[in-house]
Ligand binder design. Structure first.
Ligand code: AMP
Ligand code: GLY
Length: 426
């Protein structure tokens, strides 16, 4: 079997790691692999943005499954081009990927399907946006409708902050992504990431996880792509997940199918667990990073089988994924300066890591003298242990042991889970 993975971040390294375990005999091709993936695959020197070129390559190489990691190529129609060329593909069409690439589309779809989410209005005119904001009470979140690399949402405590954010985004702060903005109510609660694999109709749910977006301990400082994650999450009881399935995931998939855009791939529901129940913060059309690095090491059944069923559009309902009865904590090691301008080219030293510790590369490259940093989030260490506390201490110990100049990481990944466990014990 020949498998192509598009993308070269920590998420894609975790996908490669899991798929290699599922299919040790398969050959793996990866677009411009990072320093950790390079030794585990055949590199494909085509930019993931080159949809025509990449799909022609996949057709010629008779790729049996193309797995598309990042949202950019999906929104640009890479899955469509693969399917047109007869290449089985895991990842939604551009039309279905609008659930992430257009927040305005996602909000309209949710409103039509009665899916709980923050009340909102979509605006394109700064004066009308200002008038709407003036009429609101309570904190607001102002978002660019299009893809803005996770940076397009501004939480505003006051109406004047919100009006300024609206002006800035509509004025081009996030380029074309901000031609339309979504102004929505601020939701209070704990966030939860729920990954569902869908074949257009049916879906299965993976273990829920929790991301840590702020750069500093105690959730302080600027937002990042994600500084760590853990799974499973005590907050996500079976009853809560049933509610998420019935009120959020199933109606959303149904609405997409009815809109002529059935979703085949990974639907990531970013939720706020509020006092009134779970509500959608956003949908993503792909695996989350770094949540994938925490969730996949706990998936004991085959991911490949789920992906093949989803890609072929049937058979998913007959599969029930199974998970290890364990916990995983993922700590991201970031480069000096991240999430601002960061340094590259620092040598990375990796000592032997303990049992149950998986190392996923992201912004790393192999230079003439060995491994060096090449991105903002350099590595992710995921530790799997029988319980949360052990997983966290093993993850922190591994993050400590790896060295490169300017390395920084959060040693409090999963602090909410720890607080929850302390409360249960009391
Ligand atoms: P988004 O780009 O929609 O994922 O938003 C990025 C982050 O902003 C989310 O992960 C939340 O932490 C926060 N956020 C976005 N929308 C809301 C909201 N309506 N209420 C509270 N927090 C929000
Ligand atoms: N971890 C957040 C994301 O992947 O969008």
């Amino acid at each position: 079997m020949r498998i192509l993975i598009v993308g070269s971040g920590g998420r894609e390294h975790a996908l490669l790691w899991k798929l290699r375990r599922d299919a040790p005999e398969a050959t793996f091709h990866v677009t411009r692999p990072n320093g950790g993936m390079a030794g585990e695959c055949t590199p494909v020197d085509i930019d993931p943005g080159e949809a025509e070129q990449l799909s022609a390559w996949a057709r010629k190489r008779r790729i049996d499954l193309a797995v598309i990691g990042p949202e950019g190529p999906l929104a640009a129609g890479l899955a469509d081009r693969m399917a047109e060329g007869g290449v089985p593909v895991f990842g939604p069409t551009a039309a279905a990927a609008r659930i992430e690439s257009s927040k305005a589309f996602a909000k309209e779809l949710m409103a039509g399907a009665d899916v709980p989410t923050a009340a909102c209005e979509v605006h394109t005119d700064p004066d009308r946006a200002a008038a709407y904001i003036e009429a609101q009470s309570g904190p607001l979140v102002v978002k660019a409708s299009g893809l803005a690399a996770g940076k397009g949402a501004i939480v505003c405590d006051t109406r004047s902050q919100a009006a300024q954010a609206a002006r800035e985004i509509l004025g081009g702060a996030f380029g074309a992504a901000g031609r339309r903005i979504v102004i929505e109510e601020f939701m209070e609660g704990e966030e939860l990431s729920v990954f569902c694999i869908a074949d257009g109709e049916e879906y299965v749910t993976l273990l829920p996880s929790q991301d840590h977006k702020r750069v500093g301990e105690g959730d302080t400082g600027p937002n990042t792509g994600g500084m760590g994650a853990y799974a499973p999450v005590g907050l996500a009881t079976a009853a809560l997940l049933d509610e998420v399935g019935e009120r959020i995931v199933a109606p959303t998939l149904r609405a997409l199918a009815e809109a002529g855009a059935p979703f085949r791939g990974l639907l990531y529901a970013g939720l706020m667990i509020t006092a009134e129940g779970p509500k959608v913060v956003e949908f993503n059309c792909r695996f989350g990073d770094p949540e994938t690095q925490a969730v996949l090491p706990l998936l004991s059944s085959s991911l490949l089988d789920l992906m093949i069923a989803a890609a072929s559009g049937n058979g998913l309902g007959r599969q029930a994924p199974t998970f290890a009865r364990a916990a995983a904590v993922t700590t991201v090691l970031a480069a000096s300066g991240y999430p601002g301008p960061y340094r590259k080219g620092d040598p990375v030293e990796i000592p032997p890591l303990g049992e149950g510790v998986h190392l996923f590369h992201a912004g790393s490259a192999t230079g003439p003298s060995g491994l060096v940093t090449s991105g903002g989030r350099v590595l992710a260490v995921s530790a799997v242990a029988p319980d949360f506390a052990k997983a966290r201490s093993a993850s922190v110990a591994a993050a400590d042991a790896i060295s490169f100049a300017g390395k920084h990481f959060r040693s409090d990944i999963g602090w909410r889970e720890e607080r929850r466990r302390r409360q249960i014990r009391q």
